[in-house]
Design a protein around this ligand. Structure first.
Ligand SMILES: Cc1cc2nc3c(=O)[nH]c(=O)nc-3n(C[C@H](O)[C@H](O)[C@H](O)COP(=O)(O)OP(=O)(O)OC[C@H]3O[C@@H](n4cnc5c(N)ncnc54)[C@H](O)[C@@H]3O)c2cc1C
Length: 464
């Protein structure tokens, strides 16, 4: 191990390989609530990584991986973007971390073809600010906006608050430059085109790969002009189920909202002080009259399911507070509680059952004090349902509630994750969702990374 680190220091030069305890401590967790609970509630000193490499360019990444691959024993490597994974995917205890933060340049913005080329360590917020200055946007705005990097978003198959209209991250990736585990650097296509039928699309190998198949170093993404016409508001429902029916009809009739978030009565009470299901919804585009037509049609559909318009205030409350992550954590801690969020997806015919079963099962777990949910990220076939679980801080409670949640999602025909990814947290349940197809993933992993260098710590993806 020492030998590998000395070789890395020699090859990369000063300042790029760090082993000092103080710096390593900063990388000893990501945003996985289990690690945060251990650190912030139980005051545990978390195990640290072995070293942190901070490359300045793609050649540094390539050199580092080549050296690490040369040795006989695999030294585990974890790629670290913004460290905002909530599943332990960027948790690097006992590994060498590759911190992507210096690969943060915007290479070009092409407003004719609507493309941006950017290095993967760039923070989403910085990229979006630059695009906004020019009148453009990715319109990919997850709640981790202030932390996440472009590479991390792609590697976790992220979904943003406007995904219903603009798609998820997989819909905006045009091309990627990657460094394979053996150090080889390649673009996945030689040209940037809107679509190609040239065999299986290789970008999908890396979108959602959570740093286990290669390092994404550059991305070409599609951009859109900033919308100039936006209408938003809130509807109150007498039941969550009626709200879900309204969302389904909007999607089936292609009256597609930009943002649509239907909160159950529990979450509405906590967030907005209203003890009934609330739907905050917006439509946007570039022509007032077109957006007004969408709004009018949506209003008819929503009212047809008993929705009552209650003004724009709650939407504005959401807009103002939607990135207040630290405040929310402090509020939970003040009550002596801890929390996690569980986002699953299901088709329309299964979503109500899944909602009821989740609440019933999780509320029976010893130590769980609250379960609330909202539906967001809509599709013609179904949606994501996002649960927030409040519990008395305890590691056993944590694993018990996750086991029950994952078993319920699988039993009710949902996916175990809509957008937070697998990480260490969900690896043990992945084989139940993928079945025999997990062996395809294993074969790809073995072909690209025979020594199992990249992100296989703690059995990520392949716990056995
Ligand atoms: C408060 C909060 C809100 C969130 N809201 C959302 C949300 O709305 N939508 C959503 O989808 N997610 C959300 N997340 C989850 C998280 O932000 C996303 O998973 C995000 O994509 C992670 O980006 P990151 O740069 O922080 O990646 P990291 O946490 O650093 O890494 C995540 C994974 O990607 C890998 N990785 C990182 N960079 C690269 C790269 N360049 N090449 C290859 N692999 C790489 C890592 O090894 C790891 O496996 C939220 C998280 C937090 C803490």
């Amino acid at each position: 191990m020492r030998d590998v680190i000395s070789k890395l220091i020699n090859a990369l030069g000063p300042g790029k390989v760090i082993t000092s305890t103080d710096v390593l401590r900063k990388y000893s967790r990501d945003f996985w609530p289990l690690l945060m609970m251990r650190e912030q509630v139980f005051n545990e000193e978390l195990p640290r990584p072995l070293a942190v490499i901070i490359p300045s360019n793609v050649d540094d990444v390539s050199t580092a991986l080549r050296i690490i691959n040369e040795g006989n024993d695999a030294v585990p490597v974890v790629i670290y973007g913004g460290g905002s994974s909530v599943t332990g995917a960027s948790y690097g205890a006992g590994s060498i971390i590759i911190d992507m933060s210096r690969l943060n340049r915007i290479i070009s913005i092409d407003t004719r073809d609507l493309l941006i080329t950017v290095e993967a360590g760039a923070r989403l917020r910085d990229v979006e600010d630059k695009l906004n200055e020019a009148g453009y946007s990715l319109r990919h705005i997850p709640q981790s906006f202030n932390y996440a990097t472009i590479g991390g978003l792609i590697a976790t198959m992220s979904s943003g608050q406007y995904s219903t209209l603009y798609g998820n991250v997989e819909d905006i990736v045009i091309n990627l430059e990657v460094v394979l585990p053996n150090g080889e650097v390649t673009w996945l296509r030689s040209n940037n085109v809107p679509r190609a039928s040239t065999g299986p699309s290789l970008k999908y190998l890396f979108i959602g790969s959570e740093g286990m198949l290669g390092v994404i170093t550059k991305a070409v993404l599609r951009i859109v002009p900033l919308p100039t016409s936006i209408i938003y508001g809130t509807y109150e429902f007498s039941s969550f189920e009626q709200g879900i029916e309204a969302l389904r009809e909007l999607m089936v009739k292609r009256v597609t909202p930009a943002v649509a978030r239907l909160y159950d009565g529990n979450e509405s009470a906590l967030r907005f002080g209203v003890n009934k299901p609330l739907l905050i919804i917006s439509f946007e585009g570039y022509y007032d009259d077109l957006v007004q037509v969408l709004w009018r049609r949506a209003d008819e559909i929503i009212k047809g399911y008993g929705g009552e318009y209650v003004g724009s205030k709650y939407f504005e409350d959401w807009l103002r507070t939607r990135f207040n992550v630290e405040e929310e954590i402090e509020a939970v801690k003040k009550y002596g509680l801890w929390f996690d969020t569980i986002e699953v997806s299901a088709t329309w015919s299964r979503i109500n059952q899944l909602y009821r079963d989740f609440r019933e099962t999780l509320l029976r777990v010893d130590g769980v004090v609250g379960v609330m949910a909202h539906v967001s990220h809509l599709y013609i076939n179904g949606a994501c349902i996002y649960f927030t679980v409040l519990f008395k801080p305890n590691v056993n409670t944590y694993w018990e509630l996750w086991s029950r949640a994952m078993e319920t999602a699988l039993r009710d025909g949902g996916s175990i994750s809509h957008h937070h990814g697998i990480g260490i947290l969900r690896s043990r349940w992945l084989r139940h969702e993928l079945g025999n197809a997990l062996s395809i993933l294993r074969a790809v992993k073995t072909a690209l990374d025979s020594k199992g260098v990249l992100n296989t710590k703690s059995g990520m993806f392949f716990p056995d």
